[in-house]
Design a protein around this ligand. Sequence first.
Ligand SMILES: NC(=O)c1ccc[n+]([C@@H]2O[C@H](COP(=O)([O-])OP(=O)(O)OC[C@H]3O[C@@H](n4cnc5c(N)ncnc54)[C@H](OP(=O)(O)O)[C@@H]3O)[C@@H](O)[C@H]2O)c1
Length: 330
Amino acid sequence: MKAIVCPRWGEPDQVLEVRELPAPVCGPGQVRVRMLASPINPSDLFMVRGQYGYQPPLPCTPGFEGVGVVEEGRGILGWRVRGKRVAVLNAASGNWAEQVVIPARQAVPVPDSMNDEQAATFFVNPASAIVMTRHILSVPAGAYLLQTAAGSALGRMIIRLGKKHGFRTINVVRRREQVEELGRLGADAVVVFPEESIAARVMEITGGRRAASAIDAVGGEMGSACIEALAPGGRLLLYSSLSGQPLQIDPRALMTTGRSVEGFWLSQWVKRQNPLRMLGLFRQIKALMAEGIATTEIGATYGLDQIGDAVRHAGQPGRGGKVLLRMGSR
Ligand SMILES: NC(=O)c1ccc[n+]([C@@H]2O[C@H](COP(=O)([O-])OP(=O)(O)OC[C@H]3O[C@@H](n4cnc5c(N)ncnc54)[C@H](OP(=O)(O)O)[C@@H]3O)[C@@H](O)[C@H]2O)c1
């Protein structure tokens, strides 16, 4: 089978190769999936650069999520999903290949009404958007949530979740072109940084109350500026470091105000959940996708042979929709 191989950590367009590999063998409790499509997410690119929270042994194949058809399944769970189209949740990575073997419990059947593009982006961003806003921060209706990288696939889901659940979003972006676009999606306010001061704009938008909670995927100056925009007792959740820069925190900005800064990583959160809770989350994602809330806009599709172009496109600033790798059709 054809697979993308990462022989060493480095810039994705320089290190990734297409190779012919033996098809993986399905063991007890596992399924073998014929892959149809897999997105190129920031986490995949971080991993290839050697900068992610989890690094598999080299050589490795990237790809943490995707969609495929189960061709072989062992054990009761594996037998139940045989022949089905499933979202392929692969915590070990390896989905950028024509075939992959994963634990059967990580193959989630998807309804026929969900197209391959949405099924390929079923888990990472929808689950993170739901868990951060509904489970961890439990943003109440009427409260303000401040978020950076608001034009990302995940940021857009959070704007739509805000509309559904009645919390208000203040959205920080780095390009003015996104102001109108995010407004159309339902953003309550959009702040362009560094052109505008985040703290000053949040004071103005909230009538001096500031934001009850914030989520930051950027770090550096943008993430640091969110702290001053938090209300007393407010919580900032850090979930990525897109700028590659550390936060600068004045201890007094937390000490005297009861504000706090925490980290969120979906893979750690998933490890703490029982199977019933996960089934509940899968159901919730399917319902939110059907409502058009947890959906992802796809910007371009490439074959495995075009991996260099695909990762260059995925890493471009101002890229637009998600870049998808296509390995086959149903
Ligand atoms: N912690 C977790 O468990 C978890 C789970 C899911 C996702 N994430 C993280 O969530 C983030 C969003 O994921 P996604 O798939 O939705 O991403 P995406 O659709 O690829 O979008 C990335 C966004 O980040 C913006 N961006 C990139 N570098 C930036 C910088 N230096 N300063 C400001 N903005 C910057 C881009 O802005 P432009 O449009 O201007 O280029 C773009 O809007 C990623 O960092 C991902 O790793 C974390």
